[in-house]
Design a protein around this ligand. Structure first.
Ligand SMILES: [Zn+2]
Length: 374
């Protein structure tokens, strides 16, 4: 078996995940046509594997692909990253994709524990006793009202993100902006936009003019909305969630069908909460002094809704990133498949196609054969 790329002569590397085929860090396979390639990570070209080593390896790849949870797929190409570091490119009709809810339970649970620890520590420092955030807050407020207010102002003004608006001007988003920013329904294909408050500039020192520090609002669309909403929701969800809230959040996404379909639902939900609350038209001054989030805003939604939005935007962002890679892979595959068709028929001129078809049929009829082969 070869171990270097036939195109660039680079080392193809090794893997321990596919016993039947230990060469390569990225394998591409097509179960229906009986092809197996090693994708060179140096030049990205596809090296067709020798016929005699192929069948059992393809079956092993298929099994590994199906049991891997980290995977994405377009119509023709799927990509899975195995724990062992091997990447599998699967050619063919997509395997049914599940929403990977398991990825989130742990993460939100850990955040919740950490938030509880911090609240406890702050309580201990403030009152000498661990009494939990709220009670410590009251005690502190009672003894030093000025200090309490300063602490609140510090918390509300904390800068979460520094970025540029559509005009390229620097802006910053503070925690209090989460109290009023929200998802809004839109008429385009995505079905939702992000309406986010912010103030100009990256720091307050250069801006002594108060009017320039006034709150502005921008509407963010498409991929940018996905990225920004994901980042803001991580702040809105910094306390994580209990197991039940995470379960409910997953339930909400499953009810919508998939993460992409859930976000417009979330936007309509946020809209109803917001306009139904009677607080929708507060004066600018009241909004500036808000101590609590308005209903329907990024922090004002119920916890399961907030967690679901973070999960859905995360899934969407990841999908978009991988879709570019899938497109690239698809182009490479079409090229490689053309060569493979010729190469395979040259190697075994008499009836390689019927041999593959027979082999395939036998495995389909008796799945245990495939398992035994592996
Ligand atoms: Zn190469």
């Amino acid at each position: 078996m070869y171990t270097t790329c036939i195109f660039c002569h680079g080392d193809l590397g090794r893997n321990e995940a596919i016993e039947e085929f230990p060469v390569g860090r990225r394998l591409a396979f097509d179960g229906a046509r009986g092809r197996l390639w090693v994708v060179c990570r140096r030049c990205e070209r596809w090296n067709l594997s020798p016929l005699d080593t192929r069948w059992e390896a393809i079956e092993a790849c298929e099994r590994a692909f199906e049991t891997t949870r980290m995977r994405v797929a377009s119509d023709n190409i799927g990509l899975a990253k195995l724990k062992e570091g091997l990447e599998l490119v699967r050619v063919g009709d997509p395997v049914r994709q599940e929403f990977a809810a398991w990825r989130y339970g742990d993460q939100f649970g850990r955040r919740r524990k950490r938030a509880a620890l911090i609240t406890g520590a702050v309580g201990a420092a403030a009152g000498g006793v661990v009494v939990g955030g709220t009670l410590a807050g009251f005690a502190m407020g009672g003894m030093f009202p000025g200090l309490f207010q300063a602490a609140q102002a510090w918390y509300r003004d904390r800068v979460l993100l520094r970025l540029r608006d559509e005009g390229g001007d620097p802006i910053r988003i503070q925690r209090k902006h989460l109290y009023t920013s929200r998802l809004v329904p839109s008429a385009d294909a995505a079905g939702w936009d992000l309406r986010v408050d912010h103030i100009p500039g990256w720091d307050k020192w250069g801006k002594t003019n108060k009017r320039k520090n006034r709150r502005h609002t921008m509407i963010v669309h498409g991929s940018e909305a996905i990225g920004l909403a994901g980042q803001l929701m991580a702040h809105a969800n910094r306390r994580g969630g209990a197991r039940k809230a995470v379960r409910d959040a997953v339930g909400r996404i499953e009810e919508a069908g998939h993460p992409e379909a859930f976000l417009p639902v979330a936007a309509r939900h946020a809209m109803n909460d917001f306009s139904g609350s009677g607080k929708a038209d507060l004066s600018a001054k009241k909004i500036e002094g808000l101590m609590k989030p308005l209903p329907g805003t990024l922090t004002g939604l119920k916890v399961d809704m907030r967690l679901a939005i973070e999960m859905a935007t995360h899934e969407q962002a990841e999908r978009e990133a991988l879709e570019g890679e899938l497109k690239e892979l698809e182009a490479r595959w079409r090229e490689a498949e053309e060569i493979a068709r010729i190469a395979d028929s040259l190697l075994v001129p008499e009836g390689v196609d019927s041999f593959i078809a027979d082999e395939r049929e036998q495995i389909d009829e008796d799945p245990a054969r495939g398992a035994r082969a592996g």
